[in-house]
Design a protein around this ligand. Structure first.
Ligand SMILES: C[S@@+](CC[C@H](N)C(=O)[O-])C[C@H]1O[C@@H](n2cnc3c(N)ncnc32)[C@H](O)[C@@H]1O
Length: 387
């Protein structure tokens, strides 16, 4: 049994771990959204003109040749005062975003933690939470505050702390210009639709969501495939406590695990569907390749791997690509450029997926203008005989 992508609402469901906002909190968050909108559309669209009129001539005068490489373009853009102004404002707005999201969460922290604890310990809970006190989160994710989230994904300041999840969920809603908060989890919805179209009749009985954060997609899969057993993992105890309580509050069963996506503690051939959402762009080449090998190992023959991520891999315009470098230098997105340049088909081939099974897609979000990159592959039914 599956639930259609039109009749469910997961991400917009109010639950008790959302901070209670004062009117000023809402104003501040709306102001941040507005500033982000202006900076990322109206101001950013001037970059080509700034490069042509000022950046490139300055570079030419300094080096005796026009800017060619991505590093040249970056240097040229930073020669333009208006670009430096945009850069500083963009960084400042990202910091303001976290202040506008963090203040109500920290103010309401005791109530949020108590609500999460009650949900996680409820006698009628449906899913489970498996924290590993011996797990030391990989420094490649834990030592950087990716997109400046305070404390990063691994933040866990006490045995009941859920702040990382609270920040991630509300930050995501504000970051996505407030559209995400009033909507179904659009990533899981888009992937369920892709499965219906590309793999008709495929109904997974065991699903694994790698790098689940606050569990929005994990909960959505549990809703969409009510007969499936859904497992999800991430690196931080604070994130996972929140994700588990959130899923319980939505009435869906998800089993959350503190585990590295590149070292899975699950049995061989134990999942029908392995998914990841927006995780590829946050890991090194080595971690990604290990995650692919582990996904292959835990998939049953005929099982399906689907990784979805941001749609920056098709960008060839060097001025737009300079934005990716900016993310790396100023927004804690240290692997954004590596992801945009990676040969993911070659990685899946090296991980044992046959080339005829590997498909790349660019798919629209279920609502809004966003488009996603997706790479999918089916594990052969038998070794040497593709499904
Ligand atoms: C951008 S978030 C995406 C979260 C969620 N899938 C979504 O789409 O809302 C990336 C998540 O991947 C997790 N992650 C990154 N590297 C990981 C690894 N090696 N093992 C497990 N999780 C990882 C991070 O901790 C973070 O929570």
């Amino acid at each position: 049994m599956t639930t259609s992508h039109t009749d469910m609402k997961v991400r917009d469901v109010a639950h008790p771990m959302l901070a209670q906002l004062e009117p000023e909190d809402g104003s501040r968050q709306r102001a941040v959204v507005l500033m982000r909108r202006i900076l990322s559309s109206k101001v950013r669209s001037q970059n080509h003109r700034l490069l042509a009129e000022t950046g490139a001539p300055t570079f030419q005068a300094r080096h005796g040749r026009p800017p060619e490489s991505l590093a040249d373009i970056e240097e040229s853009l930073f020669d333009v005062p208006a670009y430096r102004m945009w850069s500083a404002a963009n960084r400042a707005v990202q910091e303001m975003l976290w202040m506008s999201v963090g203040e109500p969460i920290f103010r309401d922290q005791a109530r949020i933690e108590a609500a999460a604890k009650a949900l996680s310990e409820a006698p009628d809970k449906r899913g489970s939470l498996h924290l590993d006190p011996g797990y030391d989160p990989s420094p490649e994710v834990a030592e950087v505050d990716i997109h400046l989230q305070p404390g990063g994904y691994a933040l866990a300041r006490s045995p009941t702390d859920v702040t990382a999840g609270a920040l991630y969920e509300t930050g995501g809603n504000v970051f996505s210009f407030s559209v995400g908060g009033r909507r179904d989890d659009s990533k899981a919805a888009a992937i369920s639709r892709l499965i219906e179209q590309e793999y008709p009749g495929f109904v997974p009985r065991r699903i694994l969501d790698l790098g689940c954060s606050a569990g929005a997609a994990s909960a959505a899969y549990a809703w969409r495939y009510p007969d499936a057993e859904v497992h999800a993992l991430d690196i931080g105890a604070g994130m996972l406590r929140y994700a588990h309580a959130r899923a319980e509050s939505l009435g869906v069963a998800v089993h959350f695990h503190q585990m590295d996506a590149s070292r899975l503690a699950f049995a061989d051939a134990s999942f029908d569907l392995v998914v990841s959402h927006n995780v590829l762009h946050e890991m090194s080449d080595q971690t990604r390749q290990a995650m692919i090998a582990e996904s292959m190992r835990v998939l049953r023959p005929g099982g399906l791997l689907i990784y979805q991520d941001v749609n920056v891999r098709s960008i060839t315009d060097p001025v737009v690509k300079a934005d990716i470098v900016w993310e790396k230098h100023f927004n804690g997105e240290r692997f954004w450029l590596a992801y945009s340049n990676a040969d993911l088909c070659a990685d899946l081939l090296a991980g044992g997926f046959p080339s005829e099974q590997i498909r790349e897609h660019e798919i629209p979000a279920v609502a809004g203008a966003l488009r996603w990159y997706v790479i999918a592959a089916r594990k052969p039914e038998t070794q040497g005989t593709p499904a």
